[in-house]
Design a protein around this ligand. Structure first.
Ligand code: BTN
Length: 258
């Protein structure tokens, strides 16, 4: 239930019942949960291992950026997935969709996905996903890092006009543990579907929540800054836009600007 300040994630994790096959390791402080998960992959940690922390000293974002979050104010976690045949981009889609579903269910808010996988509420970023494919020496492993602004103060966001936090949007403190439990339940629900239903259903759920559809937005595509209308997301995770001269373009590795 929302409305309760979250002050002990470790204690919550001792009593929570996770979906079958999942395990969570909580560390109070780490450099980066993605690095922790990659290291665990090398030490043979199994599929569906989750690494969560209260504070990161070297949190990483996409495009080489840093991911900063005050102690205990965010949900900072990485999911290790192995022996999965779907392409890596599927798992960033999965993270964004599962997080939207968890936020909808826990808080009744209406999140949107800013391509490729940022989660926005009311046009402001509340979460980002950093998925990294790695090789543990024997097989492909995907580490899906998720950072969610949960209980930041307005002061923490003063220099971040395009960011928000769940507590501000919901009007109540949000329990990080409850959000984590719901998020893993949604991950599990998707991952236990049959592979064809998984890929198709996931794409539909992702595409249906895409932010900016039919709107004019700014797109950074390599060195080019484009003004374009969002047409939708394709099944391979790319974004289709229409430029002001009427031509269509597929964005593979760019960024939509807020
Ligand atoms: C982005 O929007 O640029 C992605 C941010 C991803 C941040 C999360 S926090 C948990 C995990 N560990 C990291 O170092 N990064 C990801």
């Amino acid at each position: 239930m929302p409305g309760r300040a979250d002050d002990d994630l470790a204690q919550f994790l001792e009593r929570v019942v996770l979906p079958s096959g999942w395990r969570v390791l909580h560390e109070p402080t780490v450099e980066s949960t993605n690095d922790l998960a990659r290291e665990a992959a090398r030490r043979n940690w199994p599929d569906r291992s989750v690494f969560v922390t209260d504070y990161q000293t070297r949190g990483r974002g996409r495009h080489g950026r840093v991911w900063l979050c005050p102690p205990r104010a965010g949900l900072l976690m990485s999911v290790l997935l192995r022996r999965r045949t779907a392409p890596a981009y599927t798992f960033t889609m999965l993270a964004a969709v599962a997080l939207c579903e968890a936020i909808e269910r826990l808080l009744g808010l209406e999140p949107a996905i800013k391509w490729p996988n940022d989660v926005l509420i009311d046009g402001k970023k509340v979460s980002g996903v950093l998925a990294e494919a790695t090789d543990d020496g024997r097989e492909q492993v995907v580490v899906v890092g998720i950072g969610v602004n949960v209980n930041l103060d307005a002061a923490d966001l003063a220099d971040l006009p395009t960011a928000t936090t769940l507590s501000l949007e919901a009007g109540v403190p949000v329990h990080r543990g409850e959000l984590l439990a719901l998020l893993l339940e949604r991950f599990d629900s998707w991952l236990t579907r049959d592979p064809r239903q998984f890929a198709d259903g996931l794409w539909r759920a992702w595409n249906g929540r895409l932010w900016g559809r039919d709107q004019t937005v700014r797109v950074q595509d390599g060195q080019e800054l484009l003004i374009a209308t969002v047409l939708g997301g394709d099944r391979d995770g790319t974004l289709l836009v229409r430029l002001t001269d009427g031509t269509e373009r597929r964005i593979v590795a760019g960024e939509l600007l807020l």
